[in-house]
Ligand binder design. Structure first.
Ligand code: NAD
Length: 492
């Protein structure tokens, strides 16, 4: 592995995400040699801690994620961690951070490379970005990099996202901003490009002549849990569709990039999103449906979860149809759905091919059942793999056809070697590779699409709750697809 050199500054460095994901991921990069001697970490948050207490907390976070935290390797790694209490709204505090950064830069020979990771409430992103610049925390060494990493959510509609982006871009250029969408760090989401652009068999059929429809399902088994107060202000459309689903759909829909580089891939994703039809009021109302889970046994319905208002109209389920107005996809819809408290926890993509134009096996006296559609399934999680459903002859004397499946599942030992999304994404930030991050044009097209749905929903009081826990959502999600004479491939 190539050793990389940087100072990491984690804002919100004592938060849940930092301890649960970010520090263990950095440690993995260290174990693999991507970080060695020339790196340092400053954790900063409102909490008062000293270096020792912070290091003890980092050690615990490594142990909690299954590492041997008392090894020499772990303690060497942890010795690169420093803590600085800091209220991000207090400008004076930035100069303390600046001195700490400069000291560590000298001590570890960091060449001025800086990564600012904002792992805290987005309301602070704008101020922090601005103060990083005005208070001189960004490196001025012309060979060094300054990179800003930000967590979701990126705004709550187009206007607020634009405002946030305008604030960030006063300090950072687009290529310096890394907007995390952890779905883009998942093995099988990255595999969409390999599957499409590495296989003639796949890519030559990847269009409206051969594909009938594409289905994307992000299904969660749990309810809101302890994220209720955040979730109730957001809902499934903002929390899942605007970011993760739109990113997955754009990878499925895009044209082949000129080369496998972040600039080329982004250009194609943006082109795809530009041709996504933004619905008028009537079409938004028919092409998207929402749901909220009811109660079952002694489990409360959504409205009686802790920290949820009893009259909440927040959706915990969305299903919708997306249409691209371009030569490749015109007439081939993308159906998407996501929700909480559904039958199971999984993410998958089902690509449904058109049936043969003529079914020669269906002659009048034939006993054959009609041919099934070919379906290519991409299993994203919990298990990674592909499955291709074909029609074949049954192994008996007559002539019957039946659907069979060619399956490839990544085996458990290999899956263990697969880096966690956050490890991959932090590595990409170190390399300066923006492929698996959302660019501003992508974010803005996604919001413009989603805002139209929201606008229609906000006009009408929904009839909630409307789905049974452990189902696949409300009846309306079935009607949405049945109306087009189609079915969800994954069904109960
Ligand atoms: P958290 O509430 O656990 O941590 C917030 C951190 O910010 C704490 O360290 C706190 O001390 C610090 N902080 C708050 N106000 C401050 C101020 N005025 N000045 C300085 N520090 C301040 O939050 P989290 O769960 O770690 O999430 C952080 C970000 O990551 C959020 O944007 C969240 O939406 C996003 N995110 C979190 C997860 C997750 O699994 N936790 C997943 C995806 C995205």
């Amino acid at each position: 592995a190539t050793e990389r050199t940087a100072l990491f500054m984690f804002f919100g460095g004592t938060g849940d995400l930092a301890y649960r994901k970010l520090y263990p991921s950095l440690f993995n990069l260290y174990k693999k040699g991507n970080l060695r001697t020339h790196f340092a970490v400053i954790g900063t948050s409102r909490q008062t801690l000293d270096d020792d207490k912070f290091r003890a907390a980092v050690k615990k976070s490594l142990a909690d994620s299954g590492n041997r935290a008392d090894s020499k390797e772990a303690s060497d790694f942890i010795s690169h961690f420093y803590y600085q209490a800091h209220d991000v709204t207090d400008q004076a505090h930035y100069s303390v951070l600046k001195d700490a950064a400069e000291k560590l830069d000298k001590k570890y020979k960091l060449q001025g490379n800086r990564i600012f990771y904002l792992s805290m409430a987005p309301q602070f992103f704008g101020t922090i970005a601005q103060d990083l610049k005005t208070q001189g925390l960004m490196s001025t060494n012309k060979d060094a990099f300054n990179r800003l990493v930000i967590e979701k959510p990126f705004g709550r509609d187009y206007d607020s996202a634009k405002q946030l982006n305008d604030a960030l871009s006063k300090s950072f250029k687009e290529e310096q901003i890394f907007r995390i969408d952890h779905y883009l760090g998942k093995e099988m989401i990255q595999n969409i490009e390999a599957l499409r652009f590495g296989n003639t068999l796949v890519e030559s059929l990847w269009n409206n002549r051969y594909i009938d429809n594409i289905q994307v399902t992000l299904s969660e088994k749990l309810g809101v849990e302890e994220r209720a107060s955040y979730y109730d202000n957001s809902g499934a459309l903002r929390d899942m569709v605007q970011n993760h689903i739109m990113q997955i759909v754009s990878l499925l829909a895009m044209e082949q990039p000129v080369a496998f580089t972040d600039t080329d891939i982004r250009a194609e994703k943006v082109k795809a999103l530009r041709s996504l039809r933004v619905y008028n009021v009537a079409d938004a109302a028919t092409n998207f449906v929402r749901g909220q889970y009811g109660s079952i046994n002694d489990q409360p319905d959504y409205r009686h979860e802790d920290n949820v208002p009893h009259d909440s109209t927040t959706e915990t389920f969305v299903a919708g149809k997306l249409l691209f107005d371009n030569y490749r996809w015109s007439g081939t819809p993308f159906y998407v759905r996501t929700g909480k408290m559904l039958a199971d926890k999984f993410t998958r993509v089902d690509v449904v091919f058109k049936k043969p134009l003529v079914d020669i096996f269906a002659f009048p006296q034939s006993q054959s059942t009609p041919l099934a559609a070919n379906v290519l399934t991409i299993f994203v999680e919990p298990h990674a793999g592909f499955s291709l459903q074909l029609n074949a002859k049954t192994a008996d004397a007559g002539f019957q056809t039946e659907p069979i499946k060619l399956d490839y599942m990544v085996d458990a030992a290999k899956s263990k070697e697969t880096p966690e999304p956050y490890e991959r994404l932090l590595h990409d930030v170190l390399k300066g590779d923006g492929t698996n991050f959302s660019s501003w044009p992508e974010v803005s097209y996604a919001w413009k699409f989603v805002d139209q749905i929201r606008r229609v929903w906000d006009l009408q009081e929904p009839q909630f709750p409307n789905y049974t826990p452990h189902s696949m959502g409300p009846a309306a999600a079935e009607e949405l697809i049945q109306r087009d004479h189609r079915e969800w491939i994954y069904r109960l």
